[in-house]
Design a protein around this ligand. Structure first.
Ligand SMILES: Nc1ncnc2c1ncn2[C@@H]1O[C@H](COP(=O)(O)OP(=O)(O)O)[C@@H](O)[C@H]1O
Ligand SMILES: [Mg+2]
Length: 508
């Protein structure tokens, strides 16, 4: 770090219809520093980065590069200043190799593509930074994590001076994340300045400096070594919160007879890839079984199979010994299986329907909810009002469309519905993603209560620390395979990380 301001915003403001995404932001990136933007979902981090990259045009304020005002009308402009950005969704060409993706479109000047020279140059970069990529692999055969390495390598090849990474660790295993932080600091030593976005406190502490954002504002820029995780979290939330503590988990339950038994489940997706590759798992009443892994490794297909929304190619799902794979979702619901899907707006809710309609979604046919051929509006309203109170859903009434609710309150509507209607098994896929800390705690407490009532719970999450705190056992999924099953009490993030990376096959 040199102390020299390289890229700076002054009173930068960006509004979207009805939303102040950035308000009066004074942000300074210094030369050679690794700078973290830290904040909850919706705080305005991606918007600020998109303004710095010329992807959005600010409504007010200015951007300065080395003290000179600049106007980025598009990324083309910012790229000329040596700025690169790796987005949350990559823009690689699936049918091209790694090498082609990096070189085509970057050698725009002349079309004398000297492949060999470029390849040598790339090899040198990989050696220097310890990046491990097969240049001849097709991008479509790479994992999301590997695709991100391609993007990073491309930026290095382009000799960026500033690299912006939007939640880079979301697609990486813990081990890959560690590696990325080493590489970022190495880039810093080589004079490249880095902005990375994160909402994980452990990663924030690895930055040179951190800017905390909340509700569109930049609250403060601090040195992690001069503060504590607790202080930073308080800054982010704007009030005192208790960080989750590890509780002694002495849950006892009977592991002699699983309520749900999954055997050798296989499913090939439309690309011919095994999304589920011989998955076997047992789920017991009274336990929370965690499913650790980076999203997109088969979790979705597994949850869909277990809720009757997908018919696996082979293998069996047995409920109390009876095979039910491939039956309709109604059969699974009637067995008392509830599902919290990972995409709450596309799969869990009908946005235009109001809260009370969403509370009975899928269960309209129950006697309680019908009066002859019609819905029993009174009963439904009473139930909705009761659940709004119980689940502490912030809304003026039960007739508000769920599209008007915040993410946390929308998630509570799903939770209320599924917990109210299921009574044996709860399947929860990333139930806390994007929620505020307070709501996360609430969701976890509800899950724990159900476990204590005797539910079998399957809980998939990318937050390994949460899984360790909450679960009884944890299965590690990667590439459609279960890489191991460990006891939560006696495992660590490092152990799980190793299994996620496929380094060991021991199971407890
Ligand atoms: N293209 C857009 N159109 C409308 N609203 C947007 C758009 N991008 C972001 N927002 C809104 O701006 C706010 C900040 O979003 P964002 O910068 O993505 O936050 P973060 O990256 O911190 O999660 C949110 O309320 C979000 O819904
Ligand atoms: Mg974002």
């Amino acid at each position: 770090m040199s102390g020299q301001a390289l890229l700076e915003t002054k009173m930068l403001t960006k509004h979207f219809p009805g939303v102040v995404a950035n308000e009066g932001i004074n942000f300074v990136l210094e030369e050679g520093e690794v700078h973290c933007l830290f904040g909850e979902n919706g705080a305005g981090k991606s918007t600020l980065c998109s303004c710095l990259f010329g992807y959005y045009r600010p409504d007010g304020g200015s951007i300065e590069f080395k003290g000179e005002p600049v106007k980025f009308r598009s990324p083309r402009d910012s790229i000329r200043y040596g700025i690169g950005m790796v987005h949350q969704h990559f823009v690689l060409v699936d049918e091209f190799t790694v090498l082609e993706n990096i070189i085509v479109g970057t050698n725009t000047e002349k079309w004398s593509l000297d492949l060999e020279a470029s390849e040598n140059q790339l090899k040198n970069i990989c050696d220097e930074y310890g990046i491990d990529l097969k240049f001849n692999s097709l991008v479509r055969d790479l994992s999301v994590g590997e695709q991100q390495w391609v993007e990073i390598l491309k930026s290095l090849y382009l000799k960026v001076e500033i690299l912006i990474l939007d939640e880079p660790t979301a697609v990486l295993t813990p081990e890959e994340s560690n590696k990325l932080f080493k590489i970022m600091h190495k880039m810093g030593q080589n004079g490249i300045s880095i902005i990375f976005i994160s909402h994980k406190i452990s990663e924030v502490m690895l930055a040179d400096r951190v800017s905390v954002m909340s509700k569109g504002r930049l609250i403060d820029t601090v040195f992690p070594r001069e503060t504590t995780p607790q202080e930073l979290t308080n800054l982010m939330i704007g009030r005192e919160v208790k960080l989750r503590v590890i509780e002694e988990n002495d849950n006892e339950y009977d592991r002699s007879y699983p309520i749900l038994s999954i055997n050798n489940l296989k499913y090939k997706n439309k690309y011919g890839k095994f999304a589920l590759n011989d998955i076997s798992l047992n789920l017991y009443s009274g336990e929370i079984l965690g499913l650790a892994g980076v999203s997109g490794n088969g979790q979705k297909e597994l949850f869909e199979s277990l809720s009757g929304n997908l018919n696996p190619d082979s293998g069996t799902i047995s409920y109390e010994g009876k095979e039910i794979q491939g039956r309709s979702s109604r059969v699974f619901m009637d067995l008392g299986i509830g599902l919290i899907p990972d995409d709450r707006y596309r799969e869990g809710l009908v946005s235009d329907f109001d809260i009370s309609e969403n509370i009975i979604l899928g269960w309209q046919r129950l006697n309680d909810y019908t009066k002859g051929f019609f819905l029993n509006r009174n009963n439904i309203k009473r139930l909705a009002e009761d659940l709004i109170k119980k689940f502490n859903i912030m809304t003026p009434s039960s007739t508000v469309p769920v599209s008007h609710l915040s993410g946390g309150n929308a998630q509570k509507v799903i939770l209320a519905r599924e917990l109210n209607h299921s009574n044996k098994i709860l399947l929860a896929n990333q139930p806390t993603r994007g929620l505020d800390l307070g709501v996360i705690e609430y969701v976890y407490n509800q899950i724990k209560l159900k476990r204590d009532e005797g539910f079998a719970v399957l809980l998939a999450s990318e937050e390994l620390e949460d899984l360790i705190n909450l679960c009884d056992r944890i299965a590690i999924i990667s590439d459609g395979e279960i890489k191991g099953i460990v006891e939560a009490k006696s495992t660590s993030i490092q152990d799980i990380g190793l299994l996620m990376a496929g380094q060991s096959e021991t199971s407890a």
